[in-house]
Design a protein around this ligand. Structure first.
Ligand code: GLO
Ligand code: MG
Length: 346
C-alpha cells in the first residue's frame, strides 16, 4: 500500500470539459478555473497541468509584465491549495496565426508568433515553479503533402526548439507526439520521431517526450512499448494516460476503459522502469463523455485513477516466476491465459 503513494496524479482544466463535439454544442455549463481547482483538490489529485492561456486567459493581448503578475497570482493560489503546477504548454492551435501550422507555417510572421508565444510559455512554466514545457505539435503537419516541404519542416522544428532551449538554461521540452487529428498527417507522429529530432537540437539532453496512450494507439503502436522505448533513453518526462477504441477520432476515454490488458501492460512498463521516481506525474488526459450529467462530472478522472491503482496492484501481484517458466517453455498459450485470468481475478 505505502509503495502506491509514490505516484502523483494530475489533470488539466480542459479535462473538465463541457461536451462539445464537431456535431453539437456543449452539454454542461462552463465552470470557472477556481471551481476546477477545487474539484482537483477534492479528488485528492496532486498537480495540475496548464496551457499558457489556462494560466493567463487572453494571453496574446497581454504584456510580459501582466503575464508575470497573473501567473504569480495563480502560483500563490496553487500554493495555498497545496497543488503543484506540472507543466506549461503553448496552445498553438487556436490563434488565426497558426491556421497553417505554428513552427512549420509557410508564413514567416506566423512562425515568429509561434516561437514568441512558446518563449512566453517557458516564462509561465518557470513562474509556476516548473521546468517542463509540453509541446503537442497539433498543427505541425499537412492536409495535403504538396503544401509543405517535409525536410524544411524538420529544419523549422529544430530551429524553434533551439530558440526555446536558448531562452532558458533549465527548461526541458517534452514533445507529445500524435500521428493525426487535427492534421491528416503529422510530422512528429511517434516517440521515435520525437527522440530523433531531439538529437538535432543544440541540447539533446533537454528534449524528451510525453506519451499519450490514445496517440500511440492511433499510430498503430502499443503504448507500453512506447513507454519502454522512451524510458530506455531516460526521456519519459510526462504521461497522458487514457484509452482509445481503434483507429478513429481521438477519444480520450477513461484509462483502461477500452482495453484493460493494454492498460495493464502500460502500468507494468511504468513500474519496471520506475516512472515517478524523479517526481514525474501520472496525468490523465481524459474527457467526460458527451452524455455525462453535471453531477457525474468528475467520474472519468476518479475512475481513471482507480483503474490505474488497481492495475498497479495487478502488476505487483503478477506471478513473475510462473511467467518465466512459461516463457522458458515457450508456452505462450498458457502465458496468454495467465494474463487474462490474472486480470479477471477470482
Ligand atoms: C490532444 C492532446 C492535448 C494535449 C494538451 C497539452 O490530442 O492530447 O490534450 O495533451 O493540449 O498540450
Ligand atoms: Mg494529451
Amino acid at each position: 500500500m505505502a509503495k502506491q503513494l509514490q505516484y502523483k496524479f494530475c489533470f488539466g482544466p480542459w479535462n473538465l470539459s463541457e461536451g462539445q463535439d464537431p456535431y453539437g454544442p456543449t452539454t454542461r455549463p462552463a465552470q470557472s478555473f477556481d471551481w476546477k481547482l477545487e474539484q482537483l483538490k477534492k479528488l485528492g489529485f496532486d498537480a495540475m497541468m496548464f496551457h499558457d492561456d489556462d494560466a493567463v486567459p487572453d494571453i496574446d493581448g497581454k504584456s510580459d509584465a501582466q503575464i508575470r503578475k497573473e501567473t504569480k497570482e495563480l502560483k500563490r493560489k496553487l500554493d495555498d491549495a497545496g497543488i503543484i503546477a506540472e507543466m506549461a504548454a503553448p496552445r498553438l492551435w487556436f490563434s488565426p496565426m497558426t491556421i497553417d501550422g505554428a513552427y512549420t507555417s509557410n508564413d514567416p510572421k506566423c512562425r515568429r508568433y509561434a516561437i514568441e508565444r512558446s518563449l512566453r510559455s517557458i516564462d509561465i512554466a518557470h513562474y509556476l515553479g516548473s521546468d517542463l514545457l509540453v509541446l503537442w505539435l497539433a498543427r505541425e503537419g499537412t492536409y495535403l503533402r504538396e503544401s509543405k516541404n517535409g525536410r524544411r519542416s524538420v529544419e523549422l522544428l529544430v530551429e524553434a526548439l533551439d530558440k526555446m532551449l536558448a531562452h532558458s538554461k533549465t527548461i526541458r521540452l517534452a514533445i507529445e507526439p500524435k500521428p493525426n487529428e487535427p492534421m491528416d498527417q503529422a510530422y512528429i507522429p511517434t516517440i521515435g520521431h520525437a527522440l530523433a529530432i531531439a538529437q538535432l537540437t543544440r541540447d539533446p539532453k533537454r528534449v524528451g517526450c510525453l506519451i499519450e496512450s490514445a496517440h500511440a494507439i492511433l499510430a498503430g503502436l502499443d503504448p507500453a512499448d512506447e513507454i519502454d522505448f522512451a524510458m530506455a533513453f531516460g526521456k519519459l518526462w510526462s504521461l497522458h494516460l487514457n484509452d482509445q477504441n481503434g483507429l478513429k477520432f481521438d477519444q480520450d476515454k477513461p484509462f483502461g476503459s477500452s482495453n484493460l490488458r493494454v492498460a495493464f501492460n502500460q502500468v507494468r512498463a511504468l513500474e519496471r522502469n520506475g516512472y515517478g521516481r524523479k517526481g514525474e506525474c501520472v496525468c490523465f488526459d481524459v474527457h467526460p463523455f458527451r452524455t455525462t450529467k453535471v453531477e457525474h462530472w468528475l467520474a472519468h478522472l476518479d475512475n481513471s485513477r482507480r483503474t490505474f491503482l488497481r492495475l498497479v496492484e495487478k502488476s505487483r501481484t503478477w506471478n513473475e516466476s510462473r511467467a518465466q517458466e512459461l516463457i522458458v517453455d515457450r508456452n505462450y498459450a498458457a502465458l496468454d491465459q495467465m494474463a487474462l485470468e490474472h486480470l479477471m481475478g477470482k
